[in-house]
Design a protein around this ligand. Sequence first.
Ligand SMILES: [Zn+2]
Length: 412
Amino acid sequence: MSVWDALVGQPAVVDTLTAAAQAATQVATGGPMVAAQAGMTQSWLFVGPAGSGRSVAARAFAAALECEETPPGCGECARCHTVLTGTAADLRLVRPEGLSLGVRDVRGLVRDASAAPSAGRWRILLVEDADRLTEQAANALLKALEEPSDRTVFLLCAPSVDDVLPTVRSRCRVVNLRLPAPDDVVAVLTADGVDPDLARLVAVVAQGHVGRARRLATDEQARRRRAEVLAIPTRLSGVGGCLAAAASLVAAATADADAANADRDEAETDALKSAYGVGATSTGSLSGRGRAPKAGAKGRALTVRGSAGALKELEKAQKSRGRRTVLDSLDRALVDLAGWYRDVLMLQLGAPVEPVHPDQTANAQRLAAASTPERTLRRIEAVVACRESLLATPGLAPLVAVEALTLALRAG
Ligand SMILES: [Zn+2]
């Protein structure tokens, strides 16, 4: 086992990162200059489409940087374990919970990242969605990238290099992740015990998105919601039908988002509560690492007040993440829908390509026969336009955008 096991279908990336992590071990004996000469870089940008595993790769690399085994990244030692679970003292994990990350947050994080490592070799700042940094925040980060402390490593993740400021990009070594091939996804899922036929279907319909494929393979409700989304084109008979179909699409996306968030919310709340466990003081941090316990009645009284405040903060962050996840999963549903219309178009053109949704070809054949390629193209464009307007307009109510979409799909 190693930290790279979680990275599906990315052999070239694993080679690059392993070599860099190996070079990085030189910092222990020769200092940062020697590590740099050996091929270690302190600023990295992981790019790849959603589901390609860019944050998984960044996390695995962080673990390998701190691991003391040879080769680094064993996945079994305490160093690897604390990084992978996000509890390592020298790792700061930044996951913007809202739609963007502001300058004040970034300044604090950068200051923190410039301190000397307390336990590991490096102090690591991992930003999961560097594309969601505000421009001011990105500039604050840029200053740190320009003059990094000796032992600080910056790991940024974004969908593409165009999603970060050119000045930030030019400071980083770029790691390109690709969407894994369906065969790679099938191999991972069957190794986890998923039935091979189901693994094959979900690997294809998830279009390389490993997390999505896993959820579809293991959660029957998620499969039902996907079917609901793909049934929408059959429900657009009148204006009333369009509005109802829009409502079910948004409801399905919301339910998907809730399911994805529920596990994470619960784990965080538990971690916070145990950090404020009996005997801990009210200065326990939100990250789940409690401070040294102090006994006594005063300590416990503070604990109750402190934990209530921290829990409230956490609930607020979770709520904000909830809104964002709804948009993400709505986007996913629209990608599914666009893929289905693409299947219709390919049937109309007689193109010999594999369908995106092989289990939904009966409906696709019906619409292919009843409409024209021009109309199908217009429908695909309508789905794309809806995705774009939801991404570009933060205040736009999802239901309003999707209602406009279903009406446009009906008109075709
Ligand atoms: Zn290790």
